[in-house]
Design a protein around this ligand. Sequence first.
Ligand SMILES: Nc1ncnc2c1ncn2[C@@H]1O[C@H](COP(=O)(O)OP(=O)(O)O)[C@@H](O)[C@H]1O
Length: 176
Amino acid sequence: MAKGPVIILTGTPGTGKSTHAELLANESPIPLRNINVSEYVKERGLYENYDEEWQSYTVDEDRLLDELEPLAAAGGLILDWHTCEAFPERWADLVVVLRCDHTKLWDRLEKRGYSLKKIQENNEAEIMQVILEEARSSYPPEIVIELQSETMEDLESNVARLVEWIKLWLKNQEGS
Ligand SMILES: Nc1ncnc2c1ncn2[C@@H]1O[C@H](COP(=O)(O)OP(=O)(O)O)[C@@H](O)[C@H]1O
């Protein structure tokens, strides 16, 4: 049986996934491996090509899932990615969708040096809650949670909530 849960941390780029993932990995009562999937894809060459127009990699999902499968089976994992539907339902114990006011998101993406086109695309996706819909249509509703990520207080309370959820998950494992 898995020693820890698999938490999918998703949301539009800039909503705060990496920031949350790092803090959660630090504060978790059990060790969690934190995988930034975009970095993982780049490091391992798990892409088909680089799309100049969108300044992004076209991920080879089959290879990515093959590589992640044993890690998901072992558990104790945070998967930080701006999309989530590719991950099999059976992997996920919790799917966290981070949300951010679109004007704040715009500023964050501008600071990151994204092109105007990419900022607009992401901003629109956030307004249309594309990732939230994706999570809701890919996983059972009871494991999908939506969390605001606009302030440092949000960050702290979200992580505290996730730590409590992990503790409960561990307790439930003992009992089953
Ligand atoms: N809850 C928050 N409150 C204030 N700033 C935040 C919050 N979450 C993220 N940020 C800031 O927004 C930027 C993008 O965060 P990041 O974690 O890199 O997003 P993502 O991994 O979703 O692309 C960073 O500069 C980060 O410090």
